[in-house]
Design a protein around this ligand. Structure first.
Ligand code: SDX
Length: 425
């Protein structure tokens, strides 16, 4: 614990206010401003640019250095040496599993991949052209209707089984969204397939022939899920924490996170990147779009570029670009026109003063869409893939909060409306 303090003097208040400074193991220290309310003051930080909302041990980001650690392990090492389910275990439990723990966890997840058969009825209520994120929000939120046996969030066992159910069922529900959209029958998960292999099987197999999932694409899919697994207190994770702070059940909290992720400034960016590359269409038009991205009067932004925290390359984008190279080569799409536009766009932007000055680099969403498209996943499913990948992060933060002391999240405000006035006559 730090014995450092911050001294705040405010015009009009005789005595200065002493506020404790709390030290992190790594990264910035924080000033505990809890004592300000008693002095009649709130802090003001729209967008939480300089606000730590909680204490956490799960993920650390150094935006200036482009560092991302999950329980201390660099994302590059996890992407190279670990796999998605092992990373899920690490996020949830704080340590890498030994061989027995890993096998048990994989088995736990494997035997929860099926959804309740009645859940299939939900899909009949959605039009075929419904955005799959609209379906995910609804269906995941409704999961709590099926699990009355394990919704006591005060019990560690109930929290564990809910976490496993969510990690296991998200890919199944995601694939059901896709099958619903194309009018094909839902495919059941297979217990002899790996996590990502099972997802691609449920997405692209049909009852008419034996599954045929490419190991290269399954590995790429597994790493894409891994790269999306967690990212500290981003907008959707903060939404999950806020919903969880009211005591809402974990399925409702994850549904809230899915809703927040959908926005194009957040998880919807991967879909927006592909739509942007389609709109640019040709390398000859890149300069026109770079110009638009810099024009304050033009709402166009370079999707997949910029980040609230990273003011350097997003380390996930570097791994994603490598996977992109590998998958396109494996599929014989080395000359994919969208990939060529993306590479040229990245080069031009990284040399442009506007982007350099604002430290705008490619983020995790810049390349992911090109890979997903090459695998055969439609653009509308890209954010769904992000939601599947992010589930262990969301549920780990939820569990970290619920298993420690916490208070309901209830921000205050700077009020600039009318003072008290009486109803006329
Ligand atoms: C994710 O938080 C997370 O961790 C999120 C995430 C995760 O894993 O959970 O990493 C996933 O959401 C990645 C980000 C995906 N979004 C996009 O790619 C959309 C495009 N990016 C921008 O919308 C923007 O960069 C944000 C939303 C990501 C960050 O916005 P900030 O931090 O609020 O920064 P800002 O909007 O204040 O921008 C600062 C300046 C502004 O110019 P000035 O007013 O200073 O002149 O940079 C400009 C912005 O106009 N700018 C861009 C830009 N991003 C910022 N200009 C052109 N194109 C862009 N992409």
């Amino acid at each position: 614990m730090s014995n450092k303090t911050a001294i705040l003097s405010i015009d009009g208040i005789k005595d200065s206010i002493e506020l404790p400074v709390l030290e992190g193991n790594i990264g910035p220290n924080v000033i505990d401003v809890g004592g300000l309310t008693a002095k009649g003051y709130f802090t003001y930080d729209p967008g939480f640019m300089s606000t730590a909302s909680c204490e956490s041990k799960i993920t650390f980001i150094d935006g200036d250095e482009g560092v991302l650690l999950h329980r201390g392990y660099p994302i590059e090492q996890l992407a190279e040496k670990s796999d998605y389910l092992e990373t899920c275990y690490l996020l949830l439990n704080g340590e890498l599993p030994d061989v027995t723990e890993k096998a048990r966890f994989e088995n736990d997840i494997r035997y929860h991949t099926m959804v309740h058969e009645q859940l299939c009825q939900f899909f009949k209520g959605f039009p075929m052209n419904a955005h799959p994120m609209a379906i995910m929000v609804g269906v995941v939120g409704a999961l709590s209707a099926f699990y009355h046996d394990s919704l006591d969030i005060t019990k560690e066992e109930d929290r564990r089984i809910s976490a496993h159910r969510l990690i296991a069922k998200m890919p199944t529900i995601a694939a059901m969204c896709y099958k619903h959209a194309i009018g094909q029958p839902f495919m059941y998960p297979r217990n002899d397939f790996g996590f990502a292999e099972n997802f691609l099987h449920m997405m692209f197999s049909t009852p008419c022939e034996a599954p045929n999932v490419s190991p290269v694409l399954a590995k790429a899919m597994d790493t894409i899920f891994l790269l999306h697994a967690d990212h500290e207190q981003n907008a959707s994770t903060s939404t999950v924490r806020l919903a969880g702070s009211t005591g809402a059940n974990p399925f409702a909290c994850i549904s809230a996170g899915i809703a927040a992720l959908w926005g194009p400034a957040h998880g919807g960016a991967n879909e927006a990147v592909l739509n942007m590359l389609y709109e640019i269409k040709d390398e000859s038009r890149i300069d026109e779009y770079i110009k638009r991205a810099k024009d304050k009067n033009d709402p166009f932004r370079l999707m997949g570029f910029g980040h609230r925290v990273y003011k350097n390359f997003d380390p996930r984008a570097k791994v994603m670009r490598k996977i992109c190279d590998e998958v396109l080569a494996d599929l014989g799409l080395d000359n994919d026109p969208l990939f060529k536009i993306a590479r040229r766009l990245e080069k031009i932007a990284l040399e442009d003063e506007y982007f350099i000055e604002r430290k705008l680099y490619p983020n995790v969403d810049f390349y992911s869409g090109i890979i997903l498209k090459a695998i055969g996943i439609p653009t509308s499913m890209f954010t769904v893939i992000f939601a599947v990948g992010r589930t262990p992060g969301w549920i780990s933060h939820w569990n970290e909060m619920i298993s420690n002391s916490y208070k309901i999240g209830r921000p205050r405000q700077l009020y600039r409306g009318h003072a008290k006035r009486n109803y006329p006559h």
